[in-house]
Design a protein around this ligand. Structure first.
Ligand code: TXA
Ligand code: MG
Length: 318
């Protein structure tokens, strides 16, 4: 089957209330018709995701947002114009017609237009917006290849569309527009610098409240089975003697010999390349039965902010 036929088949599955894994520029998503509560319930079941954690709705054109929200605020409009299709999600007050299961009962909804031809064709052919979380079991690393999805969810999804490796590699940046000032809920594929240069200062402190309203929320997230830590010191590696230790390095390292395995995220120190390699590199290490993964800190600028956020969550240090 060629791509067009597979996408047609995938769209038929979505229309019938099924669940399809599909590529986006960030990570693979696990999609269902956003207006079919039963189909969306299956997404939660497959992921073993708690129902209090809302999903992102994926649209095929910026115009589709109008039907899903009360009002598109001017700053949201600016970001949409500049960054869609792309790794940016906006949170706005929702229209009544969106099923509660999608938004976990919140009065708000998260929406993005992905920048991937297969994702866009799938949404168009399905003739409905697609609610989709990342296509991984809850709490585990997001998949950046179709193979990652197959390894973990193969028998539970109706179809997996293979669009190759995801070029961005970390999830979308989430910005909410519920307060006076826009707020960063999750750093991601569009950098905070790019966003602030367009709309001015964005709130970055997490909201203090009982129930988590963003992904950032749960401390142990994006976590491999192998413990991973950012809290170590190259001078005192002796304390790990006799243990199988992996090194997740940012750039070239001279320390290869000391470790059981080494993954270098970007030899030339490019943050985009590092983000694109991040989850696949951790997955490869996670398959090696290591005792511990030592992660090198990444400069917290541009995409480095999203990478460090994922590493902190993987290490349970948020
Ligand atoms: O790049 C991405 O955003 C990927 C691809 C598949 O599009 N999706 C993704 O979805 O990362 P997920 O479900 O793994 O993370 C979305 C996060 C959720 O953890 C949720 O907390 C947050 O978005 N979210 C969704 N709706 C929200 C809302 N109304 N208010 C605040 N946060 C919301
Ligand atoms: Mg996720």
């Amino acid at each position: 089957m060629d791509d067009h036929q597979v996408i047609y088949q995938a769209a038929e599955i979505i229309k019938r209330g099924g669940v399809v894994a599909f590529p986006t520029e960030t990570v693979y998503g696990l999609g269902a018709n956003a207006f079919n509560p039963l189909a969306v319930a299956r997404v939660f079941e497959v992921k073993k995701r708690p129902y209090f954690d809302p999903l992102i709705i994926h649209v095929a054109t910026p115009g589709d947002v109008k039907k899903l929200v009360k009002e598109i605020l001017p700053n949201a409009e600016k970001l949409i114009e500049r960054f869609w299709p792309g790794p940016l999600t906006v949170v706005l007050f929702k229209e009544e017609n969106i099923p509660d299961i999608v938004t976990a009962g919140l009065p708000t909804v998260a929406i993005r237009m992905p920048n991937h031809p297969m994702a866009l064709s799938l949404i168009q052919e399905s003739k409905c917006p697609i609610a989709a979380p990342s296509a991984n079991p809850f709490g585990y690393l997001s998949p950046t290849t179709a193979e990652h999805v197959r390894e973990q969810l193969d028998d539970q999804v109706d179809l997996i569309l293979d669009g190759g490796p995801c070029p961005v590699g970390v999830e979308s940046t989430i910005i909410s527009f519920l307060e006076e000032r826009p707020r960063l809920l999750r750093p991601g594929g569009v950098s905070l610098e790019e966003i602030e240069s367009l709309i001015g200062k964005v709130e970055t402190n997490p909201i203090e409240e009982g129930r988590p309203s963003a992904p950032g929320m749960l401390s142990k997230h994006y976590a491999p089975r192998t413990p991973i830590t950012l809290d170590w010191n190259g001078e005192s590696l002796d304390i790990y003697k006799g243990k199988k230790i992996g090194l997740l390095a940012f750039q070239e390292t001279k320390n290869h010999l000391k470790f059981h395995s080494v993954e270098v995220l970007s030899r030339k120190g490019d943050l985009r390349e590092a983000a694109a390699n991040l989850f696949a590199a951790i997955r490869r290490m996670d398959a090696l039965d290591l005792d511990l993964i030592l992660a090198e800190p990444i400069p917290e600028v541009g995409l480095g902010r999203a990478i460090m956020d994922r590493l902190r969550r993987a290490s349970g240090s948020i």
